[in-house]
Design a protein around this ligand. Structure first.
Ligand code: KG4
Ligand code: ZN
Length: 340
């Protein structure tokens, strides 16, 4: 019987990427992302432009996901969508689309928390990728999020630390902007950091209690530092760009690793899974690997396409909720500040 196979169509539209994926029994058959280039000109995401682009992209992106998976709409078991957190206008596009499609096909609708999805991306069925054992710690680091979460089971998660201001990706992007780098600046800082001296310019780490993070002070510190140096030498940035990037990255990694050390000692859990766009950073990956030798950690990094915003991660949550019969009603509302 075809009921042995669970097909989920998932839609993600929380920020500036319109994404759709088709999953069969936990395996991703297609994972399509339409990135919105329009925001680059503004140095950050413009919410109104994002929702308009979602409206344009959603039909072709879903169509492409079904075609690539070679799955017909009539085979679908359920529609999963990102309910929040995210930009309200963007969420509304995905939510309304998912509701209508589930209603039209008369199949279950499943609402997904985007932050849970970043973590449960580790449970997508993939060859050669080990899943973290429960309980584990998850660190979600991106342009919109910075959290450490204690994960007891698929749906029993507790946020034990998070940023009180900027996300770590914003620290990369805003520092990059000060240096005249394009948006998003994270990948460029990463590239230049490899060529520079991480200890050239010592920046101080913020003093934030417990497992919470703060990155806005670092940005201000870098701003004042650069302004002061440029007064002395107008070519300071150009002449020292690699060293500045290396020093910024070194400081940010130090902040993340310090908090992870504290989280592992507080909880006694040494299995650490990461996710979010910033986990692409080579320095962070190396620091986590070093942590395996230095502190006895076991670290888990998913495939790159499942770390940045994508619908594969929404599909796995849809699949797991489908197994539990945990469906949403047609009157479910998008929620921009949805909590784990
Ligand atoms: O997960 P993501 O694609 O989108 C959301 O923000 O949700 O993450 C994008 C963020 C940006 O801030 C970008 O600068 C950062 O991830 N990023 C990096 C690297 N690649 C992307 N930051 C540091 N090093 C990288 N290699
Ligand atoms: Zn995200």
């Amino acid at each position: 019987m075809s009921s042995q196979k669970i097909y989920i169509l998932a839609i993600e539209s929380s920020c500036d990427d319109t994404a759709a994926a088709v999953m069969c029994n936990g395996k991703v058959l297609s994972n399509i992302v339409a990135s919105q280039k329009i925001h680059e000109a503004y140095g950050g995401v413009v919410p109104e432009l994002a929702s308009r682009a979602h409206q344009q992209n959603i039909v072709p992106v879903v169509d492409q996901a079904l075609k690539k998976a070679n799955v017909n709409k009539s085979q679908l078991s359920a529609i999963a969508f990102t309910r929040g957190p995210g930009l309200m206008g963007s969420l509304l596009v995905g939510t309304s689309f998912a509701k209508s499609l589930a209603f039209g096909l008369d199949i279950p609708l499943i609402d997904v928390n985007h932050m849970q999805a970043h973590i449960l991306a580790h449970f997508i069925e993939e060859d050669d990728f080990e899943k973290p054992p429960f309980p584990f710690l998850a660190m979600t680091i991106s342009g919109g999020h910075t959290q450490i979460v204690k994960v007891n089971s698929h749906f029993d998660m507790k946020v034990i630390g998070e940023t009180i201001d900027d996300a770590v990706g914003e620290a990369f992007d805003k520092s990059g902007k000060l240096l005249g780098l394009g948006y998003p600046a994270g990948p460029e800082i990463d590239k230049r950091a490899k060529l520079g001296n991480p200890k050239a310019f010592p920046f101080t780490k913020p003093k934030v209690g417990g497992l919470n993070f703060s990155f806005s002070g670092l940005k201000t510190q870098i701003l004042y530092f650069v302004q002061k140096q440029v007064k002395i030498n107008p070519n300071f940035i150009e002449e020292n760009l690699n060293d500045i990037c290396a020093s910024i990255q070194y400081t940010i990694i130090g902040i993340l690793i310090d908090k992870l050390k504290l989280a592992t000692s507080d909880t006694g859990i040494k299995h650490i899974a990461i996710g979010g766009g910033v986990s692409a950073n080579t320095g962070i990956r190396q620091a986590l690997k070093d942590g395996e030798h230095k502190f006895g950690w076991t670290t888990y990094v998913p495939k790159f396409e499942y770390t940045t915003d994508n619908a594969g991660m929404i599909a796995i949550v849809g699949h797991l909720k489908f197994l539990q019969g945990d469906y949403a009603e047609q009157n479910v509302m998008a929620s921009s500040r949805l909590k784990i």
